[in-house]
Design a binder for this molecule. Structure first.
Ligand SMILES: Nc1ncnc2c1ncn2[C@@H]1O[C@H](COP(=O)(O)OP(=O)(O)O)[C@@H](O)[C@H]1O
Ligand SMILES: [Mg+2]
Length: 347
């Protein structure tokens, strides 16, 4: 285990500034997910920590020691990549033990370690096989095993599940979390998938254009997004943004401003029965244009105050196209943004 600290980290490739001053602290033993759209600098940040890219300025500390000038092989950091290139001519056992061999471990120690990790990953029965004799999911397990067997205090994951199908991905998510609980290494997990981020992270750091926009628990980020970018990036289906007269219904003074935008998550609407408590306000009638059955829930697309919105309701409510329903909202679930700065006015 080791704590990690990025301080004022900057990195350019040619004239393109990719990391624009990253400050981020990760506690020892934490599972931090770094999430952001493709191209925002996630891999670059991870690679500077692993020593595969050199910073232009700023410092990175691990366990309180600045490691900027430590060679990658001396950093005691393991990394799992999206394209988990295994050595094709080696068996699973040899692939997993290769790094340990380079570290100079004896062959009996290597085989003990490989055995332990392969039990944990449930791939012990595959040890004698070559990569081409494995499924995609099994190969990814071997790649995980190769990184984990080094027993480093820090383990980095760069979109390791992107090449797996949805079912395997959700299974591996749980397994990686379970491994974290067993191994207790400090882990940084990179993904562009907001669902993966909120389901896996103890904390999430949202990266955009080379800057950290917000760091917090999944619940904090979901319920108290700092700005419109985070509000729309985290959560699926996306938050609705409403402008115009409907915003004036909010009892808050800064809702009167012309640049105010009301943000409401699809599941936050309630069907009104004509009465509101002190926390609620009426929003007016919603005209259903399209309904999608999602199993337990129903997604309704339609018009509210001349704007297109999506709302999620219980599928047993059985609403259908053409119906008009009155909506209300609990004010604790309404967000108010400044359209110019994007900032959330309520936090
Ligand atoms: N070695 C490199 N040389 C030049 N440009 C690079 C290099 N690595 C990454 N980039 C650029 O930096 C930006 C961020 O890349 P990356 O960190 O891989 O983003 P992410 O992992 O968030 O998708 C991209 O525009 C990418 O093209
Ligand atoms: Mg990447």
């Amino acid at each position: 285990m080791a704590s990690i600290e990025f301080s004022k980290c900057e990195k350019s490739f040619g004239s393109a500034k990719i990391l624009k001053g990253i400050d981020l602290q990760i506690a020892s033993g934490e599972f931090l997910v770094l999430v952001g759209p493709s191209g925002c600098g996630k891999s670059t940040l991870l690679r500077t920590l692993a020593g595969l890219e050199k910073l232009d300025s700023g410092t990175i500390s691990v366990g309180g020691k600045v490691i900027n000038n430590v060679e990658p092989q001396d950093r005691d950091i393991a990394m799992v990549f999206q394209n988990y290139a295994l050595y094709p001519h080696m068996t699973v056992e040899e692939n997993m033990g290769f790094g340990l061999k380079l570290q100079g471990l004896s062959s009996s120690d290597i085989s003990k370690r490989v055995k332990g990790i392969s039990d944990l990953l449930q791939i012990s029965h595959l040890l004698a096989r070559k990569p081409k004799e494995l499924s995609g999911g099994q190969r990814q397990r071997v790649a995980l095993g190769r990184a984990l067997s080094r027993q480093t205090p820090v383990i980095l994951f760069d979109e390791p599940l992107s090449n797996l199908d949805a079912h395997l991905r959700s299974q591996m998510r749980v397994e990686i979390k379970r491994l974290h609980q067993t191994l207790k290494s400090t882990m940084i997990y990179v993904t562009h998938d907001q669902m993966e981020a909120t389901t896996m992270g103890d904390r999430i750091a949202v990266l955009k254009d080379g800057l950290i926009e917000q760091v917090g628990t999944p619940t904090e980020i979901y319920h108290r997004p700092k700005n419109m970018f985070i509000a729309s990036f985290i959560g699926s289906p996306e938050m609705n943004f409403l402008e115009g007269s409907i915003v004036q219904k909010l009892p808050w003074p800064n809702a009167r401003r012309v640049d105010s935008v009301l943000g409401i998550r699809p599941e936050a609407f309630k069907v009104s029965n004509g009465s509101v408590n002190s926390q609620e306000i009426e929003l007016g009638d919603f005209d259903i244009e399209l309904s999608e059955n999602l199993g337990g829930q129903q997604m309704l697309h339609g018009q509210l105050a001349d704007q297109t919105v999506r709302i999620l309701v219980d599928s047993l409510d059985n609403f259908s196209t053409g119906q008009r329903i009155p909506l209300k909202i609990d004010l604790t679930k309404a967000h108010l943004f400044d359209k110019k700065t994007g900032l959330n006015q309520r936090i």
